[in-house]
Design a protein around this ligand. Structure first.
Ligand SMILES: O=C(O)c1cc(=O)[nH]c(=O)n1[C@@H]1O[C@H](COP(=O)(O)O)[C@@H](O)[C@H]1O
Length: 277
């Protein structure tokens, strides 16, 4: 039997739990603010606490791989456990790894995150298309085969991104729009939602691109980077129904209390619900 596609699973999770994604970003400064050492034990305590607090209630948890990789193999072991525990508690796990390489290497990244046989198998992974959208083909194919998803960077939340992403491609469209067009083509005909998402920062003011990609739109930048839920309708227009707003430090800074993390996520969710109808 074919696995249920990621887009369908995500739509259901958004409809039942609300669309919020909380990032698991164990910054050294957050570990210290939580009274933890900046070591593997601190990393593990931090990660377990976030998963315990939120995996049974938010639609998506998004561990940022770099914060685990910095501790080497023991950090990766913490990440593996978090992925398994979060998925078991019902959250979809979006691995924020932002991988991008030539196609033959991309196949190895796909085997890492999008093959159910891997210990890091996730519901979806972030990838960069700026080696050419076609270089992502192995990940797109692996995701389709395993019922997982791929979130493709389009317009990132950082101000430096515009230099590349807003530049004009052959044919006159912006490079970001070219990537969005590719994403739309991947998702064509998928119901209720395609499994190839786009990353579009909530910080952009106005997106200025066509976001009708029939896929989820991950919107990081809320909280620490200055965007708020109230910005989403202006940035995303009619596509706001497909937005998965993502907050990391804005929620995590309320820890280590499980109750306080839950309250913070609930506050974010309530704000979102008031603007995303
Ligand atoms: O793909 C991402 O998640 C991402 C894309 C982007 O354009 N901007 C962005 O901030 N992110 C990630 O989203 C998280 C934002 O964290 P906060 O600023 O603490 O909410 C970090 O893990 C970033 O790596």
């Amino acid at each position: 039997m074919n696995p249920e596609p990621f887009g369908a699973r995500l739509r259901r999770a958004m409809d039942t739990r609300g669309p919020l994604c909380v990032g698991i970003d164990p910054h050294s400064s957050l570990l210290s603010a939580w009274g933890l050492q900046d070591d593997v034990a601190g990393l593990e305590r931090f990660t377990r606490t976030v998963v315990e607090a939120l995996a049974d209630r938010v639609a998506v948890l998004k561990p940022q791989s770099a914060f685990f990789e910095r501790f080497g193999s023991r950090g990766i072991a913490v990440l593996e456990a978090a992925v398994a525990e979060a998925r078991a508690a019902g959250a979809l796990v979006l691995m924020d790894a932002k991988r991008g390489d030539i196609g033959s290497t991309m196949a190895a990244y796909a085997a890492t995150y999008l093959d159910p046989a891997s210990s890091l198998f996730s519901d979806a992974v972030t990838v960069s298309p700026y080696l050419g959208f076609g270089s992502l083909r192995p990940a797109l194919d692996a995701a389709r085969a395993s019922g997982s998803g791929v979130f493709v960077l389009a317009l990132t939340s950082n101000p430096e991104g515009a230099e590349v992403q807003r530049s004009t491609a052959a044919g006159g469209a912006s490079l970001a729009q070219v990537m969005l067009n590719h994403i739309a083509a991947e998702n064509e005909g998928d119901v209720p939602l395609g499994s190839v998402g786009a990353v579009v920062g909530a910080t952009l003011g106005e997106a200025g691109v066509d976001l009708a990609v029939n896929g989820p739109l991950l919107a990081p930048g809320i909280g620490a980077q200055g965007a708020t839920a109230a910005d989403l309708p202006r940035v995303f227009g009619d596509a706001v129904r497909n937005v998965v707003p993502s907050v990391s430090r804005g929620v995590l800074k309320l820890g280590p209390s499980v109750a306080a993390l839950r309250e913070a996520a609930e506050r974010e969710a309530a704000e979102l619900a008031s603007v995303v109808k």
